[in-house]
Ligand binder design. Structure first.
Ligand code: DAH
Length: 349
């Protein structure tokens, strides 16, 4: 076939083929088909030597021109494809700063933990250490070491949740108080002792406005030479004023606990009415609020843990965390603490 006709057809068809290449890869295929070793242009170039002398210069010139124009078309298309690939990338990677951000709700410390932290801080400020113990506890630590005889009603299954019941030697229960950590700490530490113990406690209580089967206490224990009852009262007065406000006063009422002698309950003056409002909603006119149990450590407890009751004395107390928080914030039901209603929880962020 006539080489001139071939080249004219190639150059006429080329723009459509080049424009049809939608990607750089496709363009490479088109380039190979137009200019590569098995292209028609290459065929014409290989056939040059067989052409008539008079035709050769014209075909040669045309060959050069066609090659140059084909190269130009491919280069232009390549530049265009590169630009649009870049634009695509920039578009797909761009961030629209005007879009509303996805907001992850931020959690907050639960009021019970906040209360624990605050009480612990007050005692740490007095030099107390923070101790902890197991929630699954031996009956020995929960009761016997704390001078609580086997016949004590609190040991009944109707009050205490047992994990392993029956053999008095190694009964395991869910601790009903944080007091067993007193015994555990003293067993493993020499006096002087100044510790506070926050933690969970368990009792077979039915849920009502003031009871949960799982609740929190903070235990306190101070053992040293020459500790007397006024140390107990002074320490708890300091605590009450830090927690409820500087105008708070305290009152001790005789009570009974197996592990303290004498024992008392501590009431704090009503921070809402200060005892002046017979119709007060917080103290219902009593003027005082029951707050915690306390007393001087019973010598039998010292003996159980290997301390010499002739050498040291001490005081202990145990306070319910839920009750502290309820009194301070005027919360009417203990159930709010476990309902996980955000309308309640968010008030204490
Ligand atoms: N463990 C007692 C209770 O749960 C509270 C208590 C009273 C703790 C007197 C003490 C204490 O350390 O001395 O009711």
């Amino acid at each position: 076939m006539d080489p001139v006709a071939i080249l004219e057809r190639v150059i006429a068809a080329a723009p459509q083929a080049v424009d049809a290449a939608g990607s750089l890869d496709e363009l490479e295929d088109v380039e190979a088909s137009l200019l590569g070793r098995s292209s028609e242009v290459a065929d014409v170039r290989r056939g040059m030597s067989t052409l008539d002398e008079d035709l050769r210069p014209r075909v040669g010139a045309m060959l050069n021109e066609v090659t140059e124009r084909l190269n130009g078309m491919v280069a232009a298309r390549r530049a265009m494809l590169k630009r649009s690939a870049e634009t695509d990338r920039l578009t797909s990677e761009s961030i629209d700063v005007s879009l509303e951000a996805v907001r992850f709700p931020l959690g907050a410390t639960h009021l019970i933990q906040q209360t624990i932290d605050e009480v612990v801080d007050i005692f740490v400020g007095l030099g107390y250490q923070v101790a902890s113990g197991p929630e699954a506890e031996l009956a020995w630590y929960n009761f016997d070491a704390l001078n609580t005889p086997p016949t004590h009603p609190a040991r009944l299954e109707s009050d205490t949740m047992y994990l392993d019941w029956g053999d008095p030697g190694d009964e395991v229960l869910l601790r009903t108080q944080t007091s067993p950590v007193q015994a555990r700490w003293m067993e493993t530490h020499e006096p002087p002792v100044y510790v506070v113990v926050p933690g969970k406690c368990y009792r077979t209580d039915t849920v009502d406005a003031t009871h949960l089967p799982v609740f929190h206490q903070i235990e306190g224990l101070a053992v040293d030479e020459g500790i007397v009852f006024s140390d107990l009262k002074g320490t708890l007065l300091h605590f009450a004023r830090e927690f409820f406000g500087p105008a708070t006063s305290v009152r001790l009422r005789p009570h009974f606990f197996p592990f303290t002698e004498p024992s008392a309950e501590l009431d704090v003056s009503c921070f809402a009415c200060d005892g002046d409002d017979p119709g007060c909603r917080v103290c219902t006119g009593a003027g005082f609020l029951e707050m915690l149990g306390c007393g001087m450590v019973d010598p039998n407890v010292f003996e159980a843990v290997g301390y010499d009751p002739g050498a040291v004395t001490g005081f202990a107390f145990g306070v319910g965390v839920e009750r502290l928080a309820m009194v301070r914030h005027g919360i009417d039901s203990i159930k709010h603490f476990i309902d996980n209603d955000r309308r309640f929880l968010e008030q204490f962020r």
